[in-house]
Design a protein around this ligand. Structure first.
Ligand SMILES: NC(=O)c1ccc[n+]([C@@H]2O[C@H](COP(=O)([O-])OP(=O)(O)OC[C@H]3O[C@@H](n4cnc5c(N)ncnc54)[C@H](O)[C@@H]3O)[C@@H](O)[C@H]2O)c1
Length: 259
């Protein structure tokens, strides 16, 4: 059962311990900072070797405990080691924000199959591997938990050259629903947050020049998103305020998928 907790609008995470995978920059670092601001201890988990410096900077800014952990979600041992390190550091895990990401764009007829497999390995199977490992730990702890996966507007709408990315992200929608169904009895919420283009390294890699201008013209809000706007939605999905939401994929797209 997912318990009722009084909703007071504080989005309070004090006493919680969180992992942000993909936390060394972009939306992940913004999310980690927001978690820390709300009182959570935070593990910055990423392939990047800057995990330690990002973790230290967040600890200094918000006065919470942090740890940097190198993880590669395509490797089971690496994910198991991440869980063990975070449990060693904080005692338990209450929140997982899973947002490792890979993108490479080609038209469908030109898409190399190995690039499809790389998207699936990181964005789909890798995210599931992390969710599974963390959910097992949460079930062992017996206190429930929150799992939030970053999906994409590509879950809902066709985007030119995005066939591999869409295969990987849209599959998460089904994964989220099944895991939400199966893990509700342990008090675990599983949700997605589906952004439009966000101004990060990944966003800039995929959207430049005319395609960028054309894309912005299709977004009713008239711009791409900033990382804190996505982190705010992830915070909501990670807090007691969203206890009654599970299996959902929350679009944060400035209206792009209205059409
Ligand atoms: N930026 C956008 O426009 C946009 C839009 C929709 C969804 N997203 C999604 O948001 C998430 C965060 O992306 P971002 O925009 O902050 O970009 P980003 O490139 O800054 O973040 C992605 C992070 O994932 C890490 N990563 C990659 N492979 C990994 C692996 N195998 N194991 C662990 N970590 C790995 C990278 O090192 C990087 O820090 C991604 O899942 C991305 O697909 C981004």
């Amino acid at each position: 059962m997912i318990k009722y907790e009084k909703v007071n609008g504080d989005f309070d995470l004090s006493g919680k311990s969180a992992i942000v995978i993909g936390g060394a920059g972009g939306i992940g670092e913004s999310t980690a900072r927001m978690y820390a601001k709300k009182g959570a201890n935070v593990a910055i988990a990423d392939t990047k070797n800057t995990v330690g410096s990002v973790a230290q900077s967040i600890a200094k800014d918000y006065g919470v405990q942090t740890v940097g952990v190198n993880v590669d979600v395509t490797n089971q041992q690496s994910v198991d080691d991440m869980v063990a390190t975070v449990v060693d550091s904080f005692g338990e895990i209450n929140i997982l924000a899973a947002m490792p990401g890979f993108v490479e764009l080609h038209r469908a007829t030109d898409m190399p199959i190995d690039i499809i497999e790389k998207h699936l390995n990181v964005n789909a199977v890798g995210v599931f591997r992390a969710c599974q490992a963390v959910a097992k730990q949460m079930i062992k702890q017996g206190k429930g938990g929150k799992i939030v996966c970053i999906t994409s507007q590509a879950d809902f709408i066709a985007i030119n050259k995005h066939v591999a990315y869409t295969m990987s992200k849209a599959s998460l929608v089904g994964m989220i629903k099944v895991c939400a169904l199966e893990w509700a009895e342990y008090g675990i919420n599983v949700n997605g947050v589906a952004p439009t283009v966000v101004n990060t390294y990944m966003g800039e890699k995929a959207w430049q020049g005319k395609v960028k201008d054309d894309m912005i013209a299709k977004i009713p809000a008239g711009r791409f998103a900033e990382t804190d706007e996505i982190a705010g939605a992830v915070l909501f999905m990670s807090s007691p305020e969203s206890n009654m939401i599970t299996g959902e994929d929350l679009v944060v797209d400035g209206g792009f998928t209205i059409y």
